[in-house]
Design a binder for this molecule. Structure first.
Ligand SMILES: C=CC1=C(C)c2cc3[nH]c(cc4nc(cc5[nH]c(cc1n2)c(C)c5CCC(=O)O)C(CCC(=O)O)=C4C)c(C)c3C=C
Ligand code: FE2
Length: 424
């Protein structure tokens, strides 16, 4: 995860500015042949032909070797949902993914979900709430849960060995309503309405074939609130994401995130495994604990984000450093000391804070971390790491895992193909 927030992501051009820039041509704006109808509110036909600008900064290409939304630098908002298939026909599943692929390509390019029929007697193709909006770096990422391979579609033999049922970890209080699902769709954007619009329209397309099982939303501080793009803070007040691997380096991404052609099965090459954990924080208890307890819990200073005993956020973690009494400066059961895994096991974290009102039973805030990570093989990465954390992490006093899912995120699709075409 990179922590730079391009300030331009939040720059919405007015129609006049967009047309002006389009006239300049070749200076950062691309004129998309497919058009950007939803970007410009009502334009005359001649204007549309002359200027259908694509805001280079607002668009993340949908097609490619890998799905977007995995090593993509994080957007400000997430709206993700899991679907359960109601059809038992593989042909229906294929058609669903073909329709979703076409819709996702349009939406991420800032277009409506489909062409309108023009008939006032039919429901509009698009629900309309993102009309005129910049796509705001929208990405849509699809994954398959283990239940997808349960035999309904004749694909049981194709289930990846890495797509295990996650074990029950110490202190888990996992609830079905926030867990699993046949298919997961992760939607991220720098605008919550753009993200919601995409998931809602994908759910509409799925009608008769799949229904939503859960929807979870998350946020971090926006690029507008922190144009410098420093590491975002979680709801416990600590910088979260500092020591994420530098996946802009392809060698690092191939090692940690992407399933390689040499890995099994072949149809997952270029894909990745996503773990989702809804982790509730006992915020009220945390807020009553002393600053030094908080810092010992994470093993980092709250203000700077530096490892305990150091000054700067990106200073090296030196876990064997001792104080004058011979005790580790960073407690051995602190979160970072454990999650570091001796530097041998790494994951790519891409989580968001969530806030879901009040728990009516306790009168406490229902808030925490929608933890999301990507890894090449969860049996070697997430699972051993979480086993270690679940057993002794000081952070466990303040958190509970209440939702869970593991999904095989398919490789990317090329134009003319569809997400899932390597499998069905
Ligand atoms: C199994 C993986 C992890 C879970 C679950 C997890 C939960 C969790 N983490 C924080 C806050 C922080 N985590 C930090 C570092 C960090 N966390 C993980 C893994 C999981 N975290 C890793 C691999 C690392 C990096 C370790 C390293 O090598 O340095 C930090 C420190 C800053 C940073 O590097 O990001 C914070 C803060 C919370 C609040 C949480 C559950 C609610
Ligand atoms: Fe962590």
């Amino acid at each position: 995860m990179e922590n730079k927030h391009p300030a331009s992501d939040n720059t919405k051009l007015t129609r006049r500015e967009a047309l002006k820039l389009a006239g300049v041509g070749g200076l950062g704006l691309i004129l998309g042949a497919t058009g950007m109808k939803s970007l410009l509110p009502s334009a005359s036909t001649s204007e549309k032909a002359a200027a259908t600008p694509v805001l280079a900064d607002g668009i993340i290409p949908f097609y490619g070797k890998h799905q977007a939304g995995i090593i993509t630098p994080m957007q400000d908002f997430i709206c993700m949902g899991a679907f359960d298939l109601t059809t038992t026909s593989l042909d229906d599943v294929r058609k669903l993914f073909q329709s979703w692929t076409a819709a996702a390509a349009r939406l991420t390019a800032g277009q409506t979900v489909d062409e309108e029929s023009g008939s006032p007697h039919l429901p509009p193709a698009d629900t309309g709430e993102s009309a005129g909006l910049n796509p705001m770096r929208l990405t849509i990422t699809f994954g398959l849960g283990s239940s997808f391979f349960d035999g309904r579609f004749g694909l049981a033999g194709k289930r990846p060995a890495a797509l295990v049922d996650l074990p029950r970890f110490n202190s888990d209080e996992i609830r079905k309503e926030w867990s699993d699902g046949d298919i997961v769709v992760q939607v991220c954007a720098n605008d919550p309405q753009v993200a919601f619009h995409a998931l809602r329209n994908l759910a509409r397309i799925a009608r008769g074939k799949a229904v939503l099982h859960w929807v979870q939303e998350g946020f971090q501080r926006t690029g507008a609130a922190d144009p410098s793009g420093s590491t975002p803070r979680n709801l416990m007040g600590f910088k979260d994401g500092t020591n994420n691997p530098q996946v802009s380096d392809p060698a690092v991404a191939n090692e940690i995130v992407w399933v390689q052609p040499s890995d099994e099965p072949a149809w997952m090459a270029g894909g990745s495994y996503m773990v989702m954990r809804r982790i509730r924080m006992r915020i009220e208890v945390w807020d009553r604990s002393a600053l030094d307890d908080q810092e010992n819990t994470f093993g980092r200073h709250r203000d700077s984000g530096a490892p305990l005993g150091k000054t700067n956020e990106f200073d090296d973690l030196e876990l064997d450093r001792k104080d004058a009494n011979g005790n580790p400066v960073i407690p051995a059961n602190s979160h970072v000391a454990l999650a570091h895994m001796d530097g041998k096991v790494k994951i790519l974290r891409r989580g968001y804070s969530y806030s879901s009102g009040l728990d009516a039973r306790t009168g406490q805030l229902d808030a925490g971390l929608l933890f999301i990570c990507f890894n090449r093989d969860p049996r070697k990465q997430f699972i051993p790491m979480q086993q270690k954390l679940a057993s002794v992490d000081l952070l466990n006093e303040y958190i509970t895992h209440v939702g869970s899912g593991l999904y095989a995120c398919l490789p990317g699709a090329s134009e003319g193909g569809y997400i899932g075409d390597t499998l069905f």
